[in-house]
Design a protein around this ligand. Structure first.
Ligand code: AGP
Length: 616
């Protein structure tokens, strides 16, 4: 996700901004920039690429004089990585400059409103809309009251934001605003600072103020003032940070993986926010931004989902959900197989490539194979501007933000969410789902972020159970239907970060051979979230138990009779059965994580693995 820094004080700002941004590089970014104000002018220097490029462009900040400025590292969400889309974004006359972390959900309608007022735009970003809207309200009050302009913007925009703002005609002052996206304020020996995260500020102070939602901070060299949206000044207590720099990068979590698991509620929420709209208490989908012609959907004779690893497991889940909701036949293929098996594709088959990195060699090759057959490709991708995103005919970006841990967690959850959204859209376009059913399904999706948060509160119990299995040699994950698909992901998570052999099996298949492997104490994780398959699953559990297996059950709240058979049970909140994988995967990710921790392994960087497999 993006990184924000700001400084105002006695020292030259640019070197401090560059240093602060370097402490936020771990967050992942594709462009960077700074804005410094001097004598009622704002100088902006920004570039695509690494921070070193910006450092070189500014002679390590020496070429941009001034003691008040803001800086940014951008993780692209709206508009591909480029210099023009990099932050700071600013008004045409550079009288206002803005850096932003978050997503403005209603930026398109605001941009249209401002366009009608005669404003034009240079970038594809939602952030530029904020800068121009600030200008609109600042002009409206005769450029006399920046705080009032800020408050009006806060009232108008929807979504998540942390903003750093400079007004050219308000020298030596940095404004900061927060809604959902974290932003902190601190004081150094020579001035005051803002930052997205603690690492950028630790060098100067361990006493910080956390800006709360819908609050504004105004910083000068010597003064820090906080206001609410009504511009009433508010008092805040500082918080002392005990973390060291490395722990700070992980937000106080021990590993990026567990931090990213805890980011799943926000990631799913942001992904839903790209296309779920609410009007009059009812939800509906707006997929028009992604450009997939309704005719293509209506006439599709088949969908072909192609991916690797965890993304392939998303495809397995998506097959069940799309076929059930949209009644389109769905094939799911491993990209490394698809690209070489001379696939038979009809012209009406829509190919869907799922990829977090957008750079996986096999998945990119599969995309090109589909194109060689003349088929259209929809990419479901997390990294904006990645190769798969650029070469696909249509792109749906998941909003997981940068995922640092090699084992995917939050990106996986957002890919599942994306596949559910498309299943509903396909169903509506093909007349299988009416507005009422769509509202019902979308309401269930919108409840998922809170339900994930509730599940995360169970983590200590899962940690206790996981610590018992650090010495396990062989484990099984079994399920039926959608639960079989998600058992694959649970098994992969355990394998890739704890190095314990594990197999995922369709529960109905066990008796056809594998059950011979079950011995006394063999752990079998049984997933039973699908009501219509619940009794069948319990029977399979009894089969395993009768051979000495040790059973962990993962099922819906209310299915308490499962404890007559299972040795350890984890319950997930009730949701529409199609969407239970987004919840079921949370305990499975935590289980794998805590087993790996119990074994003292490098959770974030498992042996032999890379975050993106860009070679065959
Ligand atoms: C999952 O934890 C692994 N990191 C791996 O299976 C990954 O999902 C696979 O390599 C696909 O990567 P992609 O989504 O970036 O294409």
């Amino acid at each position: 996700m993006c990184g924000i820094v700001g400084y105002v004080g006695q020292e030259q700002a640019a070197p401090i901004l560059l240093d602060g941004l370097s402490k936020l590089e771990y967050r992942g970014y594709d462009s960077a920039g700074i804005a410094v104000s001097l004598q009622s002018r704002i100088e902006v220097v920004k570039t695509k690429g690494r921070l070193q490029v910006l450092d070189d462009m500014t002679d390590s900040g020496r070429a941009v004089p001034g003691t008040c400025g803001i800086g940014h590292t951008r993780w692209a969400t709206h508009g591909e990585p480029s210099t023009v889309n990099a932050h700071p974004q600013y008004t045409k006359d550079k009288s206002i400059a803005v850096v932003h972390n978050g997503i403005i959900e209603n930026y398109a309608e605001i941009k249209e409103f401002l366009g009608k007022k005669g404003y034009d735009f240079q970038s594809q970003t939602d952030t530029e809309t904020v800068a121009v809207l600030l200008e609109y309200y600042y002009e409206e009050n005769g450029r006399t009251n920046p705080l009032e302009a800020i408050s009006k913007v806060m009232n108008r925009v929807r979504g998540a934001y942390a903003l750093g703002i400079l007004f050219a005609d308000v020298p030596d002052t940095v404004y900061a605003v927060r809604k959902e996206s974290p932003l902190i304020v601190g004081r150094s020996a020579t001035g005051t600072l803002i930052a997205s995260d603690v690492p950028a500020i630790l060098k100067y102070t361990r006493d910080v103020y956390y800006i709360d939602n819908l609050e504004i901070a105004r910083l000068t060299e010597t003064d820090i003032a906080f206001f609410n949206m009504d511009l009433e000044e508010i008092h805040k207590e500082s918080v002392h940070i005990d973390w060291d720099a490395e722990a700070a990068e992980k937000g106080g979590y021990e590993h990026f993986m567990v931090k990213e698991i805890h980011e799943e509620p926000r990631a799913v929420q942001d992904t839903l926010g790209t296309c779920v709209r609410e009007a009059g208490g009812h939800y509906h989908l707006d997929m028009s931004a992604f450009g997939v012609p309704e005719e293509t959907v209506r006439e599709a004779d088949r969908l072909c989902i192609v991916a690797c690893g965890s993304a392939y497991h998303v495809g397995m889940v998506a097959k069940y959900v799309i076929e059930d909701l949209a009644r389109i036949p769905v094939d799911v293929d491993l990209a490394s197989e698809f690209r070489y098996r001379r696939p038979i594709l009809s012209p009406k088959t829509l190919v869907i490539i799922i990829s977090q990195s957008g750079e996986t060699a096999d998945s990119l090759a599969a995309l090109r194979e589909a194109h060689s057959h003349g088929n259209k490709v929809l990419g479901i991708v997390n990294v904006v501007g990645s190769s798969i995103a650029r070469e696909a005919d249509y792109v749906f970006y998941t909003m997981a933000g940068p995922e640092i841990a090699v084992a995917t967690t939050k990106a996986f959850s957002t890919q599942l969410t994306a596949s559910f959204l498309w299943a509903i859209h396909f169903g509506q376009v093909r007349g299988e789902i009416d507005d009422a059913r769509a509202d019902e399904l979308l309401r269930a999706l919108m409840a998922l972020p809170d339900q994930i948060s509730r599940l995360l509160e169970e983590k200590e119990r899962i940690q206790w159970f996981a610590s018992k299995y650090a010495a396990a040699q062989d484990t099984f994950f079994i399920g039926r239907g959608i639960d079989y698909a998600i058992s694959m992901e649970g098994s992969l998570k355990l394998k890739e970060i704890s190095y314990i052999h594990s197999e995922a099996y369709a529960a109905g298949e066990l008796k056809h051979g594998t059950i011979s492997l079950i011995e006394q104490g063999t752990l079998c994780v049984c997933i039973l979230t699908q009501p219509q398959l619940y009794e069948k699953m319990v029977s399979n559990m009894v089969e395993v138990r009768s051979r000495g297996g040790y059973l962990m059950a993962l099922t819906n709240v209310g299915n308490y009779n499962v404890e007559n058979t299972a040795d350890f049970t984890v319950y997930i909140p009730r949701t529409d059965p199609h969407f239970s994988p987004v919840l079921a995967i949370v305990p499975l990710q935590l289980f794998a994580y805590y087993v790996s921790c119990a074994k003292g392994l490098d959770v974030d960087k498992p042996r032999n693995l890379a975050k993106s497999v860009t070679v065959e």
